[in-house]
Structure formats: structure tokens, C-alpha cells
Design a binder for this molecule. Structure first.
Ligand code: MEV
Length: 437
């Protein structure tokens, strides 16, 4: 076992790789050359990527693709998607095409405010705390004047601070619940800077109040941080059409609509299905979030919490058939940015925004919600008809061929052969072995 290393981040990249090679890679020159193979020959571009995180050794590629033909509120988009799973972009493209001549996707912003909390302890009388809070509120708001100057000029900033009594949940637990409008910025740094300043002001002002001496001490801040749960920053997307438009054969159309709605209702009631159902939605959402340099962990955490808002984890989408009309929609919280963070740094993120015709944050929310809805439509469509594996394995065929080092000719023959045959790992291996023998 190697000894712990100190001062690692101060080493040069070459020294870090040497250290890794010595302690974890048995000086394996192949491993080192893999790391180096992924360096970008453009030194400036490589430096940019190196600076995104600490201790960068190399780059990690994921495919960047596009799903065209997305008609959203009458505008035609090609969605940039970054994802490793073979069938996701194909499924998104299929869903986009399916809805293209049926009116496309319609979306609506349901809210844009974000929130953060100053969490603190106070064990005295609630009335004392309440009257202190009311007296100090203007100073709390004033303390972030400098931080929010630019945001305010653009029409955003802090909207409100509320004192929340959470002592029923935890003894002495109170919060300053702060709401913000951060416009086109995701706003994490802005919100956290505001919260930390508000927290300092709150504590400093409290320490000046003699009344707290008889109240078991001043309020004591535990921590201040934005919340990734943003149910007030929400978007909905929907598709609808006459049931008869779902399939040229009227009986099939009705059967498909019924089975589809049933599948969504199962995900509304059964958490085990809901998790997988929502995972499929996140296939589309995360792929666009990654392409546009947004924080997919924040989005994932917020969306899954929202899926549990009614007391059990359930589907983020809903479907119905009424008056011979099929409707399918999604309603999700999304805190996204189109300025700040990686958006102005990563060349491919900049390109993704260009592809999307430079959306603002609200437009991006709508596009991302559509990506989730489309992905879910494609998954359920397969699940209630052919099953998922047919399309999935067709797309996965190339990965299996690459695993067995198939050459160009072998790949062509395999693709042709598996047009009519079921793809499985063993069937592909056998096919290639037969070709080679
Ligand atoms: C696979 O990545 C996603 C699906 O499992 C989603 C679903 O089951 O709805 C196909």
C-alpha cells in the first residue's frame, strides 16, 4: 500500500502522472500512454480543461450528438446531447419525428424563483427571535447590496427572507428561508455569497442585542447554502393528438393509447417502476444538461425530490385519453443557467448554445423538459409494443463489435446480418468467429 501523499496538488501534471504510475500502475507504460493519448494537441485548449478541476491528468471523452426535428412551440430545434448510452439519441430522434407532424411539443414556464437557507440554532423564546428578525430584516437585505448590484440592474436579486420555525422537527432549529430571482444564471455562487453575507450580518446584529443574554444565548448559524430543491422554478411540457393519429390502424391506435396510459399509471403508483421510468426521463434531460454545461447532479437531486413530493416516489410524467385525445406531459423543477459557469468557457458548450439558437434560461428549461418527455415517450412506446431490447441491442451492436475488435468489413457484414436477427453478445461473437474461421 502506498504512503499517503502530501502537497499532491502542487506537483506538475507530469509529476502527478509519474506518482500515479509508480504507486498504482506498476509503471505500466501503456496506461501512461492512454492518459497522454487523450491530451488535446492544442495546448491552450488543454490548459483550459486542466483548469476546470484540481489534479487533472487527462480528458475523458463522451460522445456529443444531436437529435434533430424537435418542434417546440412552433420552432424547430436540433438538441445537442452528451451521453454514453447507445440508444438514447436514437430514441430522442424517433420521438421528435413522431410528434413533428402532430403539432410538436408545447411548453410553459410555471415559475423561476430559486431558494437558499441560513440554518441556525436558537433555544430562547420564539417571540424574541421574531421581533429581532423583523427589526434586523432591512439590514440583512442591505448587507448584500454590493453582491446583488449587477443582478438587480438586470431585474433579479433577493426577493424575500422569511423566518421559519422548524423546532417541531428538531429542537432549536430555525431557518432564514431566502428566495431569489437569478434570471439567466443558475445562480449557485450568487445565492451562496448572498446567504453567507446575510448569515454573518444576522449573527453580528444578534450579538449586539442584550436581550439574548436572558434567552440562553444568541442565534448561532450552523450553515448557509442554496437548495437544489426548486419546486418554484418549474416547467411543463406536453404533447397531444387525436388517438387515431397514433397509428394508421384504428384498433392499434386505441390499444397503443390504452397500454401507454396504463404504463404511465403504473409508474404513478409503483415506486419500483417509477424509478426506472424516471431514469429514462433523465437519460434525455442529463444529456442536454451535460451538453449545455449545466450541473446535472443538482438537476437530478431536485427532480427526484420533486418526484417524491406527494409522499411516495412516482412518475414525473402523466398521460390520459379523454374525448379521443391522447395527452402526455411532464412537470419538473429545473434550475439552469445560460450564462456563467462553463457556459462561456467550454468550447463545446458554447457550440451547444449556438445549435440551440442561444436560448435564455427559461427557453433552455423548456427544451430540457421536452428532451425528458420525448425520451420517456420513446421508452414507453417500445416497452408497451416491441419491448426495449430490440432497439436497444441494435444500437448496442457496434459496442459489441468494437469489443471483439471487428474490422470495417466484419462490421458491415454484421450490421447487415443483424437487421433480421436478434442481437445478443453471444450471437455477435459467434457470427464474427464464423466469419473469421
Ligand atoms: C434505459 O436507460 C431506460 C429505460 O429503462 C426507461 C424505462 O424503462 O422507461 C428504457
Amino acid at each position: 500500500m502506498p504512503n499517503p501523499v502530501s502537497g499532491f496538488s502542487k506537483k506538475t501534471k507530469a509529476e502527478k502522472i509519474d506518482w500515479l504510475a509508480t504507486h498504482y500502475l506498476d509503471e505500466d507504460s501503456d496506461a501512461i500512454s492512454i492518459l497522454k493519448k487523450y491530451w488535446n494537441p492544442d495546448g491552450k485548449l488543454q490548459d483550459l480543461h486542466d483548469d476546470f478541476i484540481e489534479n487533472t491528468l487527462t480528458n475523458y471523452y463522451l460522445p456529443f450528438g444531436i437529435a434533430p426535428n424537435f418542434l417546440i412551440n412552433g420552432n424547430l430545434y436540433a438538441l445537442p446531447m452528451v451521453i454514453e448510452e447507445s440508444s438514447v439519441v436514437a430514441a430522442a430522434s424517433n420521438a421528435a419525428k413522431f410528434w413533428l407532424n402532430k403539432g410538436g411539443f408545447h411548453t410553459k414556464i410555471l415559475g423561476t424563483t430559486k431558494n437558499g437557507q441560513v440554518y441556525f440554532n436558537f433555544f430562547g423564546k420564539k417571540e424574541t427571535l421574531q421581533s429581532f428578525f423583523e427589526s434586523v430584516l432591512p439590514r440583512l437585505k442591505g448587507s448584500i447590496e454590493d453582491i446583488e448590484k449587477n443582478m438587480k440592474k438586470r431585474g433579479g436579486g433577493l426577493l424575500d427572507i422569511e423566518l421559519k420555525d422548524s423546532t417541531e422537527k428538531l429542537n432549536g432549529f430555525y431557518q432564514l428561508h431566502c428566495t431569489f430571482e437569478t434570471l439567466d444564471a443558475m445562480g449557485a455562487n450568487f445565492i451562496n455569497s448572498c446567504l453567507e453575507t446575510i448569515a454573518r450580518t444576522f449573527e453580528t446584529e444578534a450579538q449586539k442585542q442584550p436581550i439574548f443574554e436572558n434567552e440562553g444565548g444568541c442565534p448561532e448559524v450552523v450553515m448557509s447554502i442554496l437548495s437544489n430543491y426548486v419546486p418554484e422554478c418549474r416547467v411543463q411540457a406536453e404533447v397531444s393528438c387525436p388517438v387515431s393519429d397514433l397509428d394508421p390502424n384504428p384498433e392499434n391506435a386505441q390499444e397503443f393509447a390504452d397500454r401507454f396510459v396504463r404504463a404511465v399509471n403504473i409508474a404513478q403508483t409503483e415506486p419500483r417502476r417509477a424509478v426506472t421510468h424516471n431514469k429514462g426521463i433523465m437519460n434525455g434531460i442529463d444529456a442536454v444538461i451535460l451538453a449545455t454545461g449545466n450541473d446535472f447532479r443538482a438537476v437530478e437531486a431536485g427532480i427526484h425530490a420533486y418526484a417524491s413530493k406527494d409522499g411516495h416516489y412516482k412518475s414525473l410524467t402523466h398521460a390520459s385519453v379523454e374525448d379521443n385525445t391522447f395527452r402526455f406531459g411532464i412537470d419538473i423543477p429545473l434550475a439552469l443557467g445560460t450564462v456563467g459557469g462553463l457556459t462561456s468557457l467550454h468550447p463545446l458548450v458554447k457550440l451547444a448554445f449556438k445549435i440551440l439558437q442561444k436560448p435564455n434560461a427559461q427557453e433552455l428549461m423548456q427544451i430540457v423538459a421536452v428532451a425528458g418527455l420525448a425520451q420517456n415517450f420513446a421508452a414507453i412506446k417500445s416497452l408497451v409494443t416491441t419491448g426495449i431490447q430490440k432497439g436497444h441491442m441494435k444500437m448496442h451492436l457496434m459496442n459489441i463489435l468494437n469489443q471483439v475488435n471487428a474490422n470495417m468489413q466484419e462490421k458491415e457484414k454484421a450490421v447487415d446480418h443483424f437487421k433480421e436477427q436478434t442481437v445478443s453478445h453471444s450471437a455477435v461473437v459467434e457470427f464474427i468467429e464464423n466469419l473469421r474461421s
